[in-house]
Design a protein. Structure first.
Length: 217
């Protein structure tokens, strides 16, 4: 059976892990399961199976997820529920990973683990996630042009995540990591509006100053 190494006890012991941010804990487990899946040559398969568990099982059974994240339910009980829910369908690699997380009562960080795992996979394949928000759906040629532009500028393989938001009116907003490239009409209009307000305030202040000067004379 494929094994997922248990992260160091000083970071996952029930009495200390609660003091560690969920993102940090997620990173620890993500690195562990990534290493195990790489050794087994099953990283892509694991990622797909992980998504299925989060979306098709927990997503459709919110009460089960509530039990999994509850501190009032012990690890053994959670493992029993995991075995009952997916024990026969899940791969040994995924089941072993989930059992390890359940034993440390940290099933609450699974979604964080998946996000961090995706970062490691993207790094492996030299990918970059590009969140694209547009007022209307982008045509295929527009997506290809955007992909080419990001690839040439960043020397990374872009993975577009498309979102339609009519409220931006027009244009496009591109987020790459923590950087936002905003070229939406809504944002441009807001900037123009702010400039007009600033100009109006400045004119009022100038007239007030001129009036005060005239009175002084």
């Amino acid at each position: 059976m494929d094994q997922v190494a248990t992260p160091s006890t000083n970071e996952t012991n029930d009495h200390t892990v609660l003091d560690v941010g969920a993102e940090r804990v997620g990173t620890i487990y993500a690195k562990a399961v990534f290493g195990a899946s790489e050794a087994a040559g099953q990283t892509d398969a694991l990622a797909m199976e992980f998504d299925s568990f989060l979306n098709d099982v927990l997503g459709k059974l919110p009460k089960l997820e509530t039990i999994f994240i509850s501190a009032l339910v012990g690890g053994e009980e959670k493992i029993a529920l995991l075995n009952k829910a997916i024990g026969k369908q899940a791969s040994p690699l995924l089941m072993n990973f989930l059992r390890v997380v359940a034993e440390h009562n940290r099933l609450d960080v699974l979604r964080s683990v998946r996000q961090e795992l995706q970062k490691l996979i993207d790094e492996k394949y030299n990918r970059v996630r590009v969140l694209v928000t547009s007022a209307v759906a982008l045509e295929s040629d527009q997506q290809q042009q955007l992909t080419k532009s990001v690839r040439e500028r960043m020397h990374l393989e872009p993975v577009l995540e498309l979102k339609v938001d009519p409220e931006i009116i027009g244009g496009i907003i591109i987020r790459i990591g923590d950087t936002v490239h905003d070229a939406s009409i809504a944002t441009q209009l807001n900037k123009v509006r702010e400039q007009m307000i600033h100009r109006s305030v400045h004119e009022i202040q100038s007239r007030r100053d001129s009036f005060s000067t005239a009175e002084g004379n």
